[in-house]
Design a protein around this ligand. Sequence first.
Ligand code: RTP
Ligand code: MG
Length: 139
Amino acid sequence: MTTERTLVLIKPDGVARNLTGAILARIEAKGYTLAELKKVDASRELLEQHYEEHAGKPFYEPLVEFMLSGPVVAAIFEGHRVIEGFRSLAGTTDPTTAAPGTIRGDFGRDWGLKVQQNLVHGSDSTESAEREIKIWFQG
Ligand code: RTP
Ligand code: MG
């Protein structure tokens, strides 16, 4: 059986707030294994590939600008059902209402900006995980 993998990003708000270690520690504490880790100044081209499913949506351009605003940390985590396990740990998209106990619920809030700054990204399917891992680690 191949081990499932997911792409996790700590977005610029998480890095700027020095939450990288705390976030990675939660993922490891849940039992997933860190396979790759790097800090990246992402290019617009890379982010446009990563977020291609959102092109044309009202939050797309503010989202890309936000992701360009500072370094991000990209990681690959491994483990059985890691894709859904990480998304459950991250919490729902809006950090104001994300459940306490989740990464977004505990560390995030609405800052009244154009896009939701919600600390982390996690792939949402095996197909998107493999696509995103290629973009961030083999691009
Ligand atoms: P992600 O892809 O980052 O793991 O988050 P997600 O699945 O929970 O959210 P998704 O719908 O894929 O949206 C991608 C990111 O865009 C920002 N967003 N802002 N209305 C808004 O202000 C809005 N909607 C989405 C968030 O940063 C979200 O994580
Ligand atoms: Mg998403």
